[in-house]
Design a protein around this ligand. Structure first.
Ligand code: CUA
Length: 124
C-alpha cells in the first residue's frame, strides 16, 4: 500500500512534469511547425486566389468563405472536400507533404458557371 505522503509527492511530481518546469522530466519539446494561414474566397464563378502557393512541410490552414451561395472546396489528391456556406468560414487544414500541383474544384452545384470554379494548390 502506498503511503499518503508518497502519494502526495507523486502527485506533485506529476504536476511539475505537466507544467514543464522541471527539466528532469525530459519533456519532449514539440518542434514548432511553420503554419500558414490563407484566406480563400469561392464565389460565382471563381476561386480566389486561383493559385495557392505553399512550401513543402507547411502546416496550412485555409479560411474559405463565400459571399453568395454554397460552394464546395475539393482537392481530391489531398483528400479535402468541405462545403463552404455563406456567413461562416470553412477552416480547412492540411500538411503539405509532397510537392506538386493539386487541382481545386467546386464540389457543390452552384449555378451555370460551376465547372469554371477551378484553382490549384502548388506545393513547392
Ligand atoms: Cu461553386 Cu459549384
Amino acid at each position: 500500500m502506498v503511503s499518503a505522503s508518497r502519494r502526495i509527492s507523486l502527485l506533485i511530481l506529476t504536476l511539475v512534469c505537466f507544467s514543464g518546469t522541471w527539466s528532469g522530466c525530459r519533456r519532449e519539446e514539440t518542434p514548432k511547425q511553420p503554419s500558414v494561414h490563407l484566406n480563400v474566397v469561392m464565389k460565382k464563378y471563381a476561386v480566389e486566389p486561383a493559385e495557392i502557393r505553399v512550401k513543402q512541410g507547411d502546416l496550412v490552414m485555409l479560411h474559405v468563405t463565400t459571399p453568395d451561395v454554397q460552394h464546395g472546396f475539393e482537392v481530391t489528391e489531398l483528400g479535402i472536400n468541405e462545403p463552404v456556406n455563406p456567413g461562416k468560414a470553412a477552416v480547412i487544414s492540411f500538411k503539405a507533404e509532397k510537392k506538386g500541383e493539386f487541382p481545386v474544384v467546386c464540389s457543390i452545384i452552384c449555378g451555370a458557371g460551376h465547372d469554371d470554379m477551378t484553382g490549384k494548390i502548388i506545393v513547392e
